[in-house]
Structure formats: structure tokens, C-alpha cells
Design a protein around this ligand. Structure first.
Ligand SMILES: Cc1cc2nc3c(=O)[nH]c(=O)nc-3n(C[C@H](O)[C@H](O)[C@H](O)COP(=O)(O)OP(=O)(O)OC[C@H]3O[C@@H](n4cnc5c(N)ncnc54)[C@H](O)[C@@H]3O)c2cc1C
Length: 416
């Protein structure tokens, strides 16, 4: 264990980054009796925390089942808004598609939860776990990967410390230090879009519809949102070209709402109020490999996606669930937690889902951002066909449970 006087210590797993994915992984691993250390740069409730921030996350049913298995779902539920149906449309065109939860025999296709609520509950649960040691605020500054162990140097409480472990998990986001230290190259493709997120209040009651609207300037989502107190609030994500986004951010609230209403239409009622707007430049960042000697990449450190289909965290949580299962089996068998064979098995298990989600999301952005009329007509046909063909709808349900490979126990709601 870490000792204030010691500079070197030994753990079984070191997780660098205690954001959405890293903290969820730590909670999943907590009951296994492993010596676990989480190094996170920001307090979960602080204004600077980049993961548990102003955003909301649309959790698919697979993610809900993970949180159920971790004993967290009942805590999240009171502040979650169910998605009863999804309505997809193309601005100025006749085609649209609907997905109804009922058609899948489900009460909801997913749930929209504020990131701050997820952070508050995951971290409250983590702090109560005896086996999990937390260093925060603390920043990893150097990683050395050897055949037998990883060595992580970090700054905490004004001191430089070092920890040695058979496995280091990179959950440190799209600019991952661990990924760079492992020598894993990442490609970055800018979408030339910036997402503006904000809560919007309208005069129409929330009936559980999530709207996805594609415009030539980028996609826009309007999602159910549960806010305590009065009013019909919705979570808005508007991906616009960077110049347009800058202009939209500079508008006062009334002018912004007028522009939003013009672009989105009246399906969610008349806009009355907008909350704090925050902008996120969008890019596809993808690591060449998901593993290295004594290191594994999770979540944004492995792939950072456009939010159009609400898949980034859902995919990262499935990564965490799969890794937790392999580590649980290794721990029970007394095996090497960071053995090359274990990491290779992990990478093989996750490849299909990861590739499927990355390609699906990327094609959606590029296909629907193309204003050429032939493409637009095809999109209309596509949306109509999608609305008429049950197999196409069933295919979309994969976005809740993944694009293939074996389903980790946690995503089926089962304990490790
Ligand atoms: C506008 C927007 C909307 C989105 N909506 C959805 C959605 O509806 N559904 C969905 O599934 N996904 C969504 N996503 C994607 C989702 O937000 C990401 O997939 C998720 O944040 C990834 O979490 P992460 O923990 O891997 O990385 P991050 O969120 O980037 O967290 C990384 C963590 O590591 C810490 N850290 C970094 N470097 C260090 C260091 N050196 N030392 C210590 N700590 C460090 C950071 O402080 C941070 O806490 C959305 C993304 C955007 C931009």
C-alpha cells in the first residue's frame, strides 16, 4: 500500500484516469480482492473534471445491466430519463425512421443520465470499497513498461511517487499518456464539427422521444432529460461546423433559442429557456493497438468517437466489463494479472465490437453530413426502408448490446 514515507510500492492493477470508464472499471474490480490503485487528476465533483462534466450520456440497456450488476442502477434511476422511442429525420426531406421500445419488448431503448450524476454515484460507491486505493487529485507523469511489470510515476500532494504493478490500465482519455508511453500510435481525423451541448426547456411534455435530426451542417440530438423541479427540459447536442458553432456560442440565449428552433423544428415544442452551453471539437481518435506489454487501453484512450450515435461510453463500458471478467478469472486461478496471453485474449474478444461501433458511427456522420442531392435521396430511401423493415430495426438494437464478440457477464447483468 502507499505509504507517505515510501516512494515505491506494489499493486496488482493501476488505473490511470478515474473518469467515466476508469472509475467504472475500478468499481467492477473492487470485490475481487486485488490491490487496486486509481490515479485521477481531478476531484469528481470539481468544475474542472473533464469526464463528469455538463454532458449527459445516453446509456444503452447493456450499460444499464452493467450498472445493475454493480449495484448502482437504483442510485442512477431517479435522475435518469427513459428513451421510449427514437425518431430519426433528415432536415428538409420526407424520410424519417422510428424505433419503439415496445416493439423490442422493452420498456426503454436506453436512459439519459447526467455525467455528473454518474460521477457522483460511481465515486461514492468507490470510496466505500475497502480494497480500492485512490490518489486524487493526482497526475501520472511517466510510465515505463517492462516485461514483468509497469512502473507509473505520479504527482500527488506535492510529492512524486512511484507504483509498480503487473498491469496498468490506460483510462486517461483521448490524449492518453499511457498510450504514448506504450509507443502506440493513434490516428486523428477531425470531423470539422463542434458539438454544442446544453439543456433546453420547451412547452411540450417529455414523452420519452429521443430525436436525431441530420442537417447539412451536422447532426442534432434532442433527448429526454429528468431535471428536478418544474419544466420540460431536454438535453440538446448540436454538431455544427466550427465557425458556425463559434457564432452560436456567442449568441445571447434568446437568439440562440431562435436559431435552434429554426434548425430543429417544432417536434419538441416551443423553446423557452436554455441552460449553460459547452462546446466540444469532434474528431475520431483511434489507437493502432488496444494492448501493449503490461498495458491495456480502455475508453477514449483506445477510441474517441463522434457523439452522434451515443456510443463512446457504452463501448468503453463493455471494454471495462470484458477486461474485468478476464481479470476476475485470472485472480481466482492465481494467474498473472497482466500476462501477455490474457491481454491478447482481451484484444481478440473486443475487436469485432470496437471495429463495428467505430465504423457505424463514422459512416453515420459522414453519410448524413453529405449535402449532395443524390446522397440525400438515398438517405431518405434508407430511412424509409429502415422504418419498414424489422430486420433493420433489430440490427440497430445492437447499439445497446454491442456489435459482436462474446457478451461479458456484467453486460448481461450477471456478477463477475
Ligand atoms: C458531446 C458529447 C456527448 C457524448 N454523449 C455520449 C452518449 O450519449 N453516450 C455515450 O455512450 N457516449 C457519449 N459520449 C462519449 C463519452 O463522453 C466518452 O466515451 C467518455 O467520456 C469516455 O470516458 P473515458 O473515461 O474513457 O475518458 P475521459 O472521459 O476523457 O476521462 C479521462 C479521465 O482521465 C483523467 N486523466 C487524464 N490524464 C490523466 C493523468 N495523466 N493522470 C491522471 N488522470 C488523468 C481525466 O481527468 C479524466 O477524468 C459523448 C461525448 C461527447 C463529446
Amino acid at each position: 500500500m502507499l505509504d507517505a514515507r515510501a516512494t515505491t510500492c506494489t499493486h496488482d492493477v493501476v488505473i490511470v484516469g478515474g473518469g467515466m470508464v476508469g472509475a467504472s472499471l475500478a468499481l467492477a474490480l473492487a470485490p475481487l480482492g486485488l490491490r487496486l490503485l486509481v490515479i485521477e487528476a481531478f476531484e469528481p465533483g470539481s468544475g474542472d473534471q473533464p469526464s463528469f462534466d455538463e454532458r449527459t450520456t445516453a446509456l444503452g440497456n447493456g450499460s444499464r445491466q452493467v450498472f445493475e450488476a454493480l449495484g448502482l442502477w437504483q442510485k442512477l434511476l431517479p435522475e435518469s430519463a427513459p428513451i421510449r422511442r427514437i425518431h430519426v429525420s433528415d432536415a428538409g426531406r420526407f424520410g424519417f425512421a422510428r424505433l419503439e421500445a415496445e416493439e423490442f419488448g422493452q420498456s426503454a431503448l436506453g436512459y439519459v443520465v447526467p455525467n455528473r450524476v454518474i460521477g457522483r454515484e460511481v465515486w461514492a460507491a468507490l470510496r466505500g470499497c475497502a480494497g480500492v486505493e485512490v490518489c486524487l487529485p493526482a497526475r501520472a507523469t511517466h510510465i515505463a513498461l517492462g516485461e514483468a511489470a509497469a512502473r507509473v510515476t505520479f504527482e500527488h500532494d506535492g510529492a512524486t511517487r512511484e507504483v509498480v504493478a503487473p498491469l496498468v490500465v490506460a483510462a486517461d482519455g483521448a490524449q492518453s499518456l499511457v498510450r504514448a508511453a506504450a509507443g502506440i500510435a493513434a490516428t486523428r481525423e477531425d470531423y470539422d464539427q463542434t458539438a454544442i451541448i446544453a439543456p433546453v426547456r420547451t412547452d411540450a411534455r417529455d414523452d420519452g422521444t429521443a430525436y436525431e435530426r441530420f442537417t447539412s451542417a451536422g447532426p442534432m440530438a434532442v433527448l429526454p432529460l429528468r431535471v428536478s423541479g418544474a419544466g420540460n427540459w431536454r438535453a440538446m447536442v448540436w454538431a455544427a461546423r466550427p465557425d458556425d458553432a463559434r457564432a452560436l456560442m456567442a449568441l445571447d440565449d434568446a437568439a440562440f433559442l431562435a436559431r435552434w428552433q429554426e434548425a430543429f423544428g417544432w417536434r419538441a415544442g416551443r423553446a423557452q429557456q436554455v441552460g449553460r452551453r459547452v462546446a466540444y471539437p469532434l474528431a475520431l481518435v483511434r489507437a493502432g493497438e488496444g494492448i501493449a506489454t503490461r498495458a491495456v487501453l480502455l475508453g477514449n484512450a483506445s477510441q474517441s468517437l463522434h457523439p452522434v450515435a451515443g456510443q463512446g461510453f457504452n463501448l468503453g463500458l463493455r471494454d471495462a466489463a470484458a477486461l474485468a471478467e478476464l481479470l476476475a478469472d485470472a485472480a481466482r486461478g492465481g494467474g498473472d494479472i497482466g500476462a501477455p496471453a490474457l491481454l491478447t485474449a482481451y484484444a481478440a474478444q473486443r475487436a469485432q465490437d470496437r471495429d463495428g461501433v467505430v465504423q457505424f458511427t463514422d459512416r453515420l456522420v459522414r453519410g448524413f453530413s453529405d449535402a449532395r442531392s443524390g446522397r440525400a435521396a438515398l438517405r431518405n430511401l434508407g430511412l424509409l426502408a429502415f422504418d419498414l423493415l424489422p430486420p433493420a430495426k433489430r440490427a440497430l438494437s445492437r447499439i445497446s448490446f454491442g456489435f459482436g464478440g462474446s457478451s461479458p457477464r456484467l453486460t448481461r447483468g450477471l456478477p463477475l
